[in-house]
Design a protein around this ligand. Structure first.
Ligand SMILES: Nc1ncnc2c1ncn2[C@@H]1O[C@H](COP(=O)(O)OP(=O)(O)O)[C@@H](O)[C@H]1O
Ligand SMILES: [Mg+2]
Length: 368
């Protein structure tokens, strides 16, 4: 049975409250057996943990809360941090007249990206780099429109006539910069297992959204290596993740037996899922795209442990996180894609590990 985010989170919350309640109950009954002072202290400690949960939930809201609080504009409108009102997406005439390029900040296969300025606001202006990739560019713009929400970079406007799109600018850049950003003195206080695990939760939430969001079941195809995958995500200034590059999101539809292939070339290496590799490579048969079988979104699940290893980096407490995630990561790496968990299954484990580790940390600090 597939639970919706809200339901799963509700069940998780019930489980946590039940656990806390049972512990408090147990502690109270031990009080009646002759250790009132110790019992009272433990009960207070457990109750303080319960309050901590409430506090954490307010700090780290569920997806539904984020969705309702995100920007709050009508469809096809945008609003950046310093703007008072939402305004409609910019069109060709406004982009051509009002957006001024400042400097090149990124160059992938499909787009050339400039930091630009629009009415005193910094924005990112992306332009198609070669007509060979026109189809990918147009696909990316349509996915950006369809998937607008807290998990996706905010669209500011687009002009199909000259193959341009404008998005909200994120000064920390792509996720590939994570370690160098956290090494900077002004960001060092964020370099904790808590913040890094929150980024991993964001990453898996994004996959869950792409696998079952408003655009159907989409596969994050432009992810043939760890580095490539990381460059498709941006780090926001408040250390959250948004997906930025949606140029390669083919749709899987199991009801129509529709599978996908990520490109027409042979994929190699350990980062991609085994079903993405040419099955006859060991028999010496040369690659032929028409004989290559299709696959589904479980290729993204295979890649989760590697991305999370990168996101966790080497911080105190990171090894404990890896220990708790060992089992679910082992399942992500099942050769048979059908045996892998869904992104939501992984997300629920990450959330519960995060919650219990924060509680243990706080409990441990309280004891000192
Ligand atoms: N809104 C943005 N804010 C900051 N940096 C950006 C933004 N959009 C893109 N970039 C930078 O440009 C790079 C390439 O962008 P991307 O959309 O992935 O292009 P491509 O489709 O060619 O791969 C990103 O990895 C990132 O470093
Ligand atoms: Mg890219």
């Amino acid at each position: 049975m597939l639970l919706h985010n809200g339901e799963a989170h509700f069940l998780w919350r019930c489980r946590v409250w039940l656990q806390v309640w049972l512990q408090v109950e147990g502690t109270m009954s031990s009080m009646s057996h002759g250790f009132p002072a110790v019992g009272l202290c433990l009960a207070a400690l457990l109750l303080s943990n319960a309050l901590l949960y409430l506090y954490l939930e307010s700090l780290y809201p569920t997806d539904e809360l984020l969705l309702s609080s995100h920007v709050g504009c009508e469809p096809r409108h945008f609003k950046m941090a310093t703007m008072k009102n939402c305004i409609p997406w910019l069109q060709c005439s406004q982009i051509n007249a009002e957006v001024r390029k400042l400097k090149l900040i990124g160059q992938g296969a499909v787009k050339k990206v400039h930091l630009a300025e629009w009415r005193g606001q910094k924005v990112a202006l992306s332009q198609l780099s070669s007509l060979d990739y026109l189809e990918d560019f147009l696909h990316g713009v349509s996915m950006l429109q369809a998937l607008q929400g807290p998990h996706v970079v905010q669209l500011v406007g687009f002009c199909l006539d000259n193959h341009t799109q404008v998005t909200e600018y994120h000064p920390l850049g792509s996720l590939l910069n994570l370690d160098s950003i956290l090494a900077q003195e002004q960001h060092q206080q964020h370099n904790t297992w808590q913040m890094r695990l929150r980024l991993a939760m964001d990453y898996v939430s994004i996959l869950h959204y792409l696998h079952g969001g408003p655009a159907g079941r989409r596969v994050m195809c432009d992810s043939s290596s760890l580095e490539k995958t990381l460059t498709q995500f941006l780090l926001t200034s408040d250390f959250r993740l948004v997906v930025n590059d949606l140029d390669a999101l083919p749709e899987v539809d199991p009801s129509r037996g529709l599978l996908v292939k990520c490109g027409h070339r042979e994929l190699t290496g350990d980062f991609v899922a085994p079903e993405q590799l040419w099955p006859f490579r060991t028999k010496g048969k040369p690659f032929a795209d028409n004989l290559m079988p299709g696959y589904d979104e479980r290729t993204d699940i295979w890649k989760i442990p590697d991305v999370t290893w990168f996101l966790m980096g080497r911080v105190p407490g990171g090894d404990v996180v890896h220990f708790h995630l060992f089992q679910i990561h082992e399942k992500c790496k099942k050769e048979d894609p059908k045996l892998r968990p869904s992104a939501l299954d992984v997300l629920n484990v990450y959330r519960s590990v995060y919650g219990s580790m924060v509680r243990d940390n706080a409990g441990f600090r309280d004891m000192l």
